[in-house]
Ligand binder design. Structure first.
Ligand SMILES: [Zn+2]
Length: 292
């Protein structure tokens, strides 16, 4: 009996040490695209999308969508307001799929961004531009890409960019401060597996660079816990990482619970203050979001 009690106590202590992160989450990479819900039909109307956030403790979202109507819908949705989910709107550069490969040189997209910025959303002014993609890093020097980076710095808009490490340097070079002032959320922090040492170098070089960690290769190892190299990087730069769902296809909405559970597992592997920063504080302080 006594031995059983001791064993129970030890197993409870072990569970406490390995407890998942239980605080609020800021989903810093969310899409509400037209196939999720186009305003009339779709598997994930606002009530469904917001319920997924709510049951996962997601209290704020960086929202963008193709086209921007989805973000307008969430920003004005009574469901999000009732659930206490803060919507931080970003202007998406894509009106349709064809824009993915053309936005960096397409003047009509620059004009669309200007008119969206002037319009704002029901949740307030836009706070950033993106997500945009560069499949060839050299296109970071396209005429519209250059103008958008300069605009972001000038208007203090953050940027959400799915690019490689070479493009980070090129995009930063296209701002008036050469990357010393603009805030850039690096979607996936190098989805092609940019080495941790190179990520470290870029974080050191650009004070406004933050790494978003969805789909990041090499981040987690056994049992969904952090790999040693990435754990060390997160501990070295606790103020520079955020997490996101990247609901780029409906499948990601369907697995939203699993994605957030995955984050809570490895966040639980970090000191409590560091976990809280990556889960919430870093994104919340970037956008001045109220504590839930
Ligand atoms: Zn995305």
């Amino acid at each position: 009996m006594r031995r059983a009690a001791l064993a129970l106590l030890l197993s409870l202590a072990g569970a406490a040490l390995a407890a998942d992160y239980a605080g609020p989450l800021f989903d810093a990479h969310l899409h509400y695209n037209e196939e999720a819900w186009n305003g009339k039909s779709g598997p994930h109307p606002p009530a469904d999308a917001v319920a997924r956030m709510q049951r996962n403790g997601v209290r704020a979202i960086l929202s963008n969508s193709r086209p921007n109507d989805g973000t307008h819908t969430l920003a004005g949705s009574p469901e999000a307001r009732r659930a206490g989910v803060a919507v931080v709107p970003f202007v998406r550069l894509y009106r349709n799929r064809a824009d993915y490969d053309n936005w960096f040189r397409e003047e009509t997209i620059y004009a669309m961004v200007q008119s969206e910025l002037a319009r704002g959303t029901a949740a307030g002014p836009y706070r950033g531009i993106g997500e945009f993609h560069l499949y060839d890093s050299a296109n970071a020097n396209g005429p519209v890409a250059r103008k958008l980076m300069a605009l972001a710095e000038e208007k203090q808009l953050a940027v959400l960019a799915h690019v490689d490490d070479t493009a980070i340097d090129l995009l930063m070079a296209n701002t008036p401060s050469k990357g010393q002032k603009v805030r850039l959320v690096w979607a996936h922090t190098g989805i092609g597996g940019t080495p941790a040492a190179r990520v470290d170098q870029l974080l050191a070089r650009y004070p406004g660079l933050l790494g978003e960690l969805s789909y990041r290769p090499g981040l987690t190892c056994d049992a969904g816990k952090l790999c040693p190299e990435w754990r060390a990087l997160l501990l070295k730069y606790p103020g520079r990482f955020v997490v996101g769902s990247d609901t780029w296809v409906n499948q990601r909405w369907e697995s939203y619970d699993a994605t957030m559970r995955g984050y809570r597992t490895w966040l639980g592997d970090l000191p409590a203050d560091v976990a809280r920063k990556i889960a919430w504080d870093n994104a919340a302080s970037l956008f001045g979001t109220k504590q839930p």
